[in-house]
Design a protein around this ligand. Structure first.
Ligand code: MG
Ligand code: MG
Length: 255
């Protein structure tokens, strides 16, 4: 069931989204060679704590997961696509890091992700990250009343495929509200003009993931959480929580 949000509720969700934006900015600022993923998680925890926000990630345990999630961010490095556990791994020069973070404030959730490199950036990583960001922007542009979920999926997938990248099957965006994962699902690929009709008051997380090697395959790592590319190529992820409004898409997790 899709719960439509009032304008006032969307304003409240924007407050949660701002906390996510601040946490991601702080993590990015702190991400230098030698810093551990656990330390980045601490940086995000500090931002959430200072804002009086809870983490929808911490302790989260979907059916596939062997353990409750131990952090407030997912930190996915290089061939990790999403759901990376913030462990003791220390960042190395040239690493590509995708960080996903959520915040719950006054009962409302925000969910967003960014990808960036640490130290010297390889041109192919830059292109990969820029493509994920461009796919996200294309998806957001379609988040308008009267369009359909498929219009977002098609826009996202078209950008990813045109760049020659893989799109991991079965992962994508979702509705956001009082819970992190609500209806409807928002695929990262598919035909335009299909699926649920978008209405003002819908709030969606749109989150393209791209695999540099061009294949769509992934494998779950031994920790039961991290999704990795099977070919060892790098992956990037970008995400915003977006409200569908009569005046157009409103990005709730923007800075
Ligand atoms: Mg997320
Ligand atoms: Mg999400």
């Amino acid at each position: 069931m899709v719960e439509l949000k009032t304008e006032r509720q969307i304003d409240e969700m924007r407050a949660a989204g701002r906390v996510v934006a601040r946490a991601l900015a702080a993590v990015r600022e702190a991400a230098h060679v030698g810093v551990s993923l656990r330390e980045l998680d601490e940086v995000a925890r500090d931002v959430l704590r200072a804002a009086g926000a809870d983490s929808p990630f911490l302790g989260y345990r979907p059916s596939f997961a062997p353990t409750p999630f131990p952090g407030v961010i997912c930190a996915s490095v290089n061939d990790a696509i999403v759901h990376g556990v913030p462990d003791g791994y220390r960042l190395r020069d040239g690493d590509l890091v995708s960080v996903d973070c959520g915040a719950k404030l006054a009962g409302w959730v925000g969910d967003a992700a960014v990808s960036f490199t640490v130290g010297r950036e390889r041109a192919e990583d830059r292109r990969l990250i820029r493509t994920a960001e461009a796919a996200l922007a294309a998806g957001i542009e379609q988040a308008r009343p009267g369009n359909r979920i498929g219009d977002i999926a098609h826009a996202v997938g078209t950008v990813c495929r045109a760049a020659g990248y893989g799109v991991p099957d079965g992962f994508g965006g979702h509705g956001v509200g009082r819970s992190m994962h609500e209806d409807p699902g928002v695929p990262n690929e598919g035909p335009a003009g299909r699926g649920m009709r978008l209405r003002a008051g819908m709030v969606l997380a749109i989150e393209p993931m791209v695999i540099g090697g061009g294949g769509d395959d992934y494998v779950t790592a031994g920790d039961g959480w991290t999704l990795r590319t099977t070919d060892g190529s790098r992956a990037a992820h970008a995400e915003h929580t977006v409200a569908v409004t009569t005046t157009g898409p409103r990005v709730l997790t923007a800075a």
